[in-house]
Design a binder for this molecule. Structure first.
Ligand code: ADP
Length: 253
C-alpha cells in the first residue's frame, strides 16, 4: 500500500554554525495529494525547512521522511521523490531548453529513451516545444519560469516544492503559473508551496501552516485559520500571527 504521507517532519531543529536557531522543533505532515502552503515572514525558517528536506542543509536534530524514505538514511530514494522549483532562476545559460531537461533527467539516473520521451512530454505540456533548441538565456521571464517547473517535474517526483514561484512576476504570468500548478496537483502530485501572496495560498492550498520564528504556530484550511483568529480571511489571520492586525485592509480608509 502506498504511504499516505508525502512529507513527515518530526521535531526538526536546525541550528546554523552562527548560532541562529532557524527551526525550533518543527513537526509537520503533508498528506499525499495535498496542496500545502507554508506561510511566514522573512526569516521565519521556510527556506531552511526546504533545504533540510532536499539535502541542501543537514538538520541538527529531528527527522524528515518523504513517502516513507528517511531524508538521511534513505537519501537517494527521498531525494528522487522530490522536485524543487527554486526561487531564483538557476538555469544554465549555455544549455538549450531540451538539454536543460535532459541533463536533469540524467542527474536522476533516467535512461536515454525515457529522458527523450519525458522531455518531449514536458516541452509540450509547458508550451516550450517551439523553443526546444534555443539557448535558455534567450527565453523570456515567463518561459524561464515554465522551464524551471518542467525541470522540477522531469524525474517524475511525487512531491513538488515550489519556493515563491510567483515572486515579482506580472499578473498574467502569475495566473498562468496557477493554472499549471493546479493541473499538476490534480494529476496527483503533492505540492508544498511557499509564498508571500496570501491570496495565492487562499486560492491554491487546501491546507496551510503558519511558521514564525522557527516554529509552526497554526495549521488548517484557510477558513479554519480565519475562524481560529476570529477574522474574515487568511490575510487578517496572518496579520494576527505577526502581531500587525492594525494593518488589516478593512482598516484602510
Ligand atoms: P525564510 O526562508 O522564512 O525567509 P530562512 O530559513 O532563510 O527563512 O532563515 C531563517 C533564519 O536562519 C534567519 O534568521 C536567517 O538569517 C538564518 N539563516 C538562514 N540561512 C543561514 C545560513 N546559511 N547561515 C546562518 N544563518 C542562516
Amino acid at each position: 500500500m502506498p504511504d499516505p504521507v508525502a512529507l513527515r517532519i518530526t521535531d526538526l531543529v536546525k541550528r546554523y554554525p552562527t548560532g541562529t536557531e532557524a527551526l525550533r522543533g518543527v513537526s509537520l505532515e503533508i498528506g499525499a495529494g495535498q496542496f500545502f502552503g507554508l506561510l511566514g515572514p522573512n526569516g521565519a525558517g521556510k527556506s531552511t525547512l526546504i533545504h533540510c528536506t532536499t539535502g541542501l542543509a543537514s538538520p541538527t536534530s529531528g527527522a524528515i521522511s518523504v513517502f516513507g524514505h528517511d531524508a538521511i538514511d534513505g537519501y537517494a530514494e527521498a531525494r528522487a521523490a522530490v522536485g524543487l522549483a527554486p526561487q531564483d532562476l538557476n538555469i544554465d545559460q549555455f544549455l538549450t531548453v531540451a538539454e536543460t531537461l535532459d541533463y536533469h533527467g540524467g542527474y536522476f539516473g533516467m535512461r536515454r529513451a525515457d529522458r527523450r520521451e519525458r522531455t518531449k512530454e514536458l516541452l509540450d505540456a509547458f508550451s516550450l516545444t517551439a523553443k526546444k533548441d534555443d539557448r535558455t538565456r534567450t527565453l523570456s521571464g515567463g518561459m524561464k519560469r515554465r522551464l524551471i517547473l518542467a525541470r522540477a517535474l522531469m524525474h517524475r517526483p511525487r512531491l513538488l516544492i515550489l519556493d515563491e514561484p510567483t515572486a515579482g512576476v506580472d499578473v498574467e504570468l502569475r495566473l498562468e503559473l496557477w493554472h499549471y500548478v493546479q493541473r499538476i496537483n490534480a494529476e496527483g502530485t503533492t505540492i508544498l508551496l511557499t509564498t508571500h501572496y496570501l491570496e495565492e495560498a487562499e486560492q491554491l492550498c487546501d491546507r496551510i501552516a503558519f511558521i514564525n520564528d522557527g516554529q509552526i504556530v497554526a495549521q488548517g484550511s484557510s477558513a479554519e485559520l480565519a475562524a481560529r483568529y476570529g477574522v474574515s480571511g487568511l490575510e487578517d489571520a496572518y496579520l494576527e500571527l505577526v502581531g500587525r492586525k492594525e494593518l488589516s485592509r478593512g482598516l484602510v480608509a
